[in-house]
Design a protein around this ligand. Structure first.
Ligand code: PCA
Length: 324
């Protein structure tokens, strides 16, 4: 028995699987396609929940924005249209800058940084979400974010005027400050947006580069390693609180395992998916010192702007993170 099966078996025994419970079914909307490791991790989470709750709770995953559009998932959970869902955490930065810190350029750029930042963010985010009757279950990072273009980018000036795909407000500001013209496009719509000329450059992970087959529509990847953003899975607190304590324990045990497994999957992806892109003909270019300096200057400006308006709690996250 491996460690994971052991933990699950212990959880299953501790909740007394012999008692017959009325099985409950939960629909779970997620934004990304089945080809994405986050979705694979969530499908395993759902199967772990079934095991740890002795079949008392079954979660049906609806991927790629098929049940609710990405932008509607949080409110669907909040309003109890669904009990559970996944979304890109920094999308909530318009509610509070605390949610967006993992997308602040060059604040946390490695998995170690990202783990420390999540530790610092978690208590504040938990409280902010609780005020909306939401509870975080687990958060998993994407690999570091790199630059995708149709030509080599040597300096920030080379980005000037490019139609740029964005996925949140921070990336939109970053692109604007770099002189590019951002447009919001959801991940499953990337190939179409490039094919129709709506966009011609983007910043995202090697995972999304590979799952959207970036080689079909661009030629260069520059690993600027600018930030490590996370997806979060949240549950409606009222619906969670209404469950039997044993079922709650099964969900929490499965969530802890999913978080650990997700971070490992993400680490494995970074290199593997960069290779997939290379194998498909994309040129991987190490960023020039000049490009990095220019992008970091934009990050500095964004951080100063963020700190000028952030709440005391959010500023404390940054101080905590920088102190450790
Ligand atoms: N992929 C997602 C979010 C961050 C990432 O690496 C996307 O591009 O939408």
């Amino acid at each position: 028995m491996n460690k994971l099966t052991g933990i699950l078996a212990t959880a299953a025994i501790s909740i007394g699987l012999t008692t017959s419970v009325q099985a409950e079914n939960w629909d779970m909307p997620t934004p990304y396609s089945d080809a994405v490791f986050h979705t694979a991790n969530i499908i395993e989470f759902a199967s772990d929940v079934k095991a740890t709750t002795g079949g008392a709770l079954e979660i049906t995953v609806h991927s790629a924005g098929s049940l609710f559009k990405h932008g509607d998932i949080k409110n669907a959970v909040r309003s109890r249209q669904v009990p559970i869902g996944e979304f890109f955490l920094s999308r909530l930065s318009n509610e509070d800058a605390a949610f967006g810190l993992d997308s602040q350029p060059f604040l946390a750029t490695s998995y170690e940084d990202a783990a420390r930042l999540w530790e610092a963010q978690k208590p504040v985010i938990t409280e902010l979400l609780a005020a909306q009757n939401l509870m975080p279950l687990f958060a998993v990072p994407w690999p570091t974010q790199g630059l995708y273009t149709k030509k080599e980018i040597k300096t920030v000036d080379d980005l000037s005027g490019l139609k740029f795909r964005a996925y949140n407000a921070a990336l939109e500001s970053f692109a604007t400050l770099a002189g590019a013209a951002p447009t919001q496009v959801e991940a499953p719509d990337i190939p179409q947006a490039f094919a129709t000329g709506q966009v011609e450059a983007m910043i995202t992970s090697p995972s999304t580069g590979a799952s959207s087959k970036a080689w079909d529509f661009l030629s260069h990847y520059t690993p600027i390693n600018a930030w490590v953003p996370k997806n979060i899975v949240v549950v409606n607190k009222q619906m969670f609180d209404a469950l039997d304590p044993e079922v709650q324990a099964g969900i929490l045990a499965s969530a802890a395992i999913a978080e650990q497994r997700g971070w490992e999957m993400s680490k494995a992806e970074a290199e593997a998916k960069t290779k997939v892109m290379q194998d498909n003909g994309i040129t991987v270019v190490e960023p020039s010192a000049e490009l990095l300096a220019g992008l970091k200057a934009i990050g500095d400006k964004m951080l100063a702007d963020l700190q000028a308006t952030a709440s005391l709690e959010t500023k404390a996250i940054i101080d905590d993170y920088n102190a450790n």
